[in-house]
Design a protein around this ligand. Structure first.
Ligand SMILES: [Zn+2]
Length: 251
């Protein structure tokens, strides 16, 4: 690190659990952020400010006026622009020293596999179950840690699925693929703006911890937030031995 970097990251370096060694891990790390909306905005902005060396943003949507109430990486003047590109501009303004790759596309299974393969940590910031399951399958197949967040109305949830452990559940253990979950879109249900910030920032925190291998991750736990009463509930999540995604490789 040069003098400017030592200054930029000094408040991380002061932390015993991070120090220069941890910060260098972040600078060498690659994060994949799928979705540049309500969760992806704060998640990617903190990854960028914290110095994650390469951030890949995937989103096929464009910025809409209705997004600006909560998707803080975007601005009024960028309405109509691709979200991935808009977020890339914001991240570049926060930290021009990192590499940000903006992919304006909806990644299919094969594409997700290729993108996950090149990442050290994956953040699921999407809003539909089909993509969530596809991301999970790729992470299990490739042994990559997945930080999953979701928010609707006044409710949020976050967990980590870490297939490297060999004992922790995957996303499908918790939400089976054959189970019919209704996709409840923000466009019809509404969402309380700061909750995506709360959950998205926590996704960044978990991703940074995983990249530096500090602390204890949320693997095996699901945190649920009731934003109206501002109460957190933590539940243990066990691996499903019959899970078609991760069960076959159970030891
Ligand atoms: Zn599983």
């Amino acid at each position: 690190m040069n003098d400017q970097q030592l200054l930029r990251y000094s408040r991380h370096i002061l932390l015993d659990q991070i120090g220069i060694e941890g910060q260098q891990k972040l600078l060498a790390a690659r994060a994949l952020v799928i979705g540049a909306g309500g969760l992806g905005s704060p998640a990617a902005m903190y990854l960028a400010s914290a110095g994650v060396g390469q951030i890949t943003l995937v989103d096929n949507d464009t910025v809409d006026l209705t997004n600006l109430q909560r998707q803080i990486a975007h601005t009024t003047e960028r309405v109509g622009q691709p979200k991935a590109e808009s977020a890339r501009q914001t991240l570049g303004q926060i930290n021009p020293e990192i590499s940000v790759i903006a992919l304006n596309e909806r990644a299919d299974e094969a594409r997700l596999h290729a993108l996950v393969a090149e990442a050290d940590v994956v953040l699921d910031c999407t809003d539909n179950f089909a993509t969530r399951h596809a991301v999970n399958r790729a992470c299990v197949a490739l042994g990559k840690p997945l930080v999953s967040g979701a928010v609707i109305r006044f409710d949020g949830q976050i967990s980590v699925f870490d297939p490297r452990s060999g004992t922790q559940p995957c996303y499908s253990c918790l939400f089976p693929q054959d189970q019919k979950f209704e996709d409840v879109a923000c466009s019809t249900m509404g969402v309380f703006a700061p909750l995506v910030g709360v959950v998205g920032a926590m996704q960044a925190a978990e991703a940074l911890k995983l990249l530096m291998d500090v602390g204890t991750s949320l693997a095996g736990r699901l945190l649920m937030l009731d934003g109206l009463y501002m109460e957190w509930t933590s539940i243990g999540v066990a691996r499903n031995g019959d899970c078609p995604v991760c069960g076959g490789c159970a030891a």
